[in-house]
Design a protein around this ligand. Structure first.
Ligand code: FAD
Length: 421
């Protein structure tokens, strides 16, 4: 076990840790990035086999490196992991892999932190927690563990072959839930999909991908989450070359849509009476984006082909107008449940005063309430794009700038401290 010292200790070697390292490196700030597994581990092992990026290669990337593929293609998860590993090499990021941070405690009587790791102690002036927006799978307590059905979270779903024979209930209709349900249906399974509130932008409209529309309409920059939601679920898919998620298509393919899973008793799952409303709100979100896009085209005099048919939605399918409210799992042959219900964070190792009464990071744009501790990559850290590949890079720059400002004050009057800001 060794003991070393550095100025900034970055915890996590995903896109956030790499982006942080790039900016610190450019400023010449001594730092170390610790990653308990491999660089971009979550893209390697916490995503299903067929996953591709939700955004095209030209968009879902850092500014200083392009993907080595068609810019309009959707990179596979392996390509995203390889991209991040290549990026870390390109910037010569000081990443130590296979080292887990087990504790961070504040020094007493002197600034800085003592960082306990699986390979000894590191003393750091600043700590950046870049351990991901989506760390700990959330499975709502609806179906007891002892129920006679296999239950997994989307983060451990790999492919249809992994599940026992039989029908599947997928719960959650964000990008993960709809893609997993679609894949299971295409593999020949009977599928029920529990649909909660969601946004569903068009994959492409008037010749442009939705990531472009959200960009030009300034929606990735939105600073406030929609009321009641920290992370709004966007149902989009880059699968099979990318397509708009329309729940009518999923129903037409044989998926039975149901409302939010509410309770379980005697082998039966009950669903809320909210399916029609959730579909209608998703449709409203879809149509309002089309209208905003049209207004943008008109305002800017752009020559983009009109697409009036995109505004015409087909009637709701029978499973929406007359929804199943109760599903007897055995009777329906349901042998597994896939919970695509999101994630929470786990900062048990960060033993400082940077959390609110609910254990959530207390911060402003990543600057925590504990001086010297920063968060990076949180959902809505500064804007809607914060937890995404292209967004985190800008939040990292903001934190690096902030660290440089702190250093410049420290430098004043001190012969040892860094001399420049
Ligand atoms: C299914 C899915 C699809 C997504 N698709 C896209 C997409 O197409 N485009 C996009 O821009 N975003 C996408 N995202 C969102 C986001 O880009 C990813 O979640 C991304 O992995 C977040 O990167 P990160 O660096 O913030 O965190 P992570 O990738 O989670 O990296 C954090 C790292 O910290 C390490 N770590 C954790 N605790 C410790 C510790 N105590 N000590 C040392 N190391 C530790 C972990 O091993 C991990 O490697 C997707 C997310 C999900 C869940």
């Amino acid at each position: 076990m060794s003991s070393t010292a550095t100025e900034v200790l970055v915890v996590g070697g995903g896109q956030a840790g790499i982006a942080m390292s790039e900016h610190l490196g450019e400023y010449g700030v001594p730092h170390i990035v610790l990653e308990r597994d491999r660089v971009a581990e979550r893209w390697r092992t916490s995503r299903w086999d067929s996953l591709v990026a939700n955004g095209p290669a030209w968009h879902d990337r850092f500014p200083n490196l392009e993907f080595p593929c068609d810019p309009d293609a959707f990179p596979t998860k392996e390509e995203v992991a390889a991209y991040l590993a290549r990026y870390a090499e390109k910037i010569d990021a000081p990443i130590r892999t296979g080292v887990e941070v087990t504790s961070v405690t504040k020094n007493v009587g002197e600034p800085g932190f003592r960082v306990g790791t699986s390979e000894g102690t590191i003393h750091a002036r600043y700590v950046v927690a870049a351990t991901g927006p989506f760390q700990k799978p959330v499975i709502p307590a609806v179906i007891p563990e002892a129920a006679p059905v296999r239950q997994i979270h989307s983060s451990t779903y790999a492919n249809p072959r992994q599940l026992p024979d039989g029908a599947v209930l997928v719960i959650g209709a964000g990008s993960s839930g709809v893609q997993i349900a679609d894949e299971l249906r295409r593999s020949g399974r009977e599928v029920h999909l529990a649909v909660g509130p969601h946004d569903r932008p068009p994959r492409r409209y008037r010749g442009r991908d939705f990531v472009w529309w959200l960009g030009v309409l300034n929606k990735w920059e939105a600073a406030t989450p929609p009321q009641g939601a920290e992370h709004v679920t966007i149902a989009v898919s880059g699968a099979r070359g990318g397509h708009t998620v329309d729940f009518r298509d999923l129903a037409a393919d044989g998926i039975t849509l149901v409302g939010t899973a509410e309770s379980y008793a005697d082998g039966k799952v009950r669903f809320a009476d909210d399916l029609g409303q959730n579909i209608a709100q998703g449709d409203a979100n879809h149509l309002s984006l089309l209208r905003e896009a049209d207004a943008y085209v008109a305002r800017n005099g752009l020559d983009l082909p009109e697409e009036p048919e995109a505004h015409r939605l087909r009637p709701d399918p029978a499973c929406v107008t007359d929804p199943v409210r109760e599903l007897d799992l055995a009777e329906a042959g349901v042998t597994s449940v896939v919970w695509a219900t999101g994630f929470t964070q786990d900062y048990g190792w960060l033993k400082v005063d940077a959390f609110d009464e609910n254990g959530r990071p207390r911060h402003r744009r990543g600057i925590s309430s504990e001086p010297g501790v920063f968060f990076l990559g949180l959902p809505w850290q500064s804007r809607r794009g914060s937890s995404f590949l292209w967004g985190v890079w800008h939040d990292a720059r903001f934190l690096a700038d902030h660290i440089m400002i702190r250093r410049s004050y420290r430098a004043y009057g001190s012969p040892d401290a860094p001399a420049t800001a």
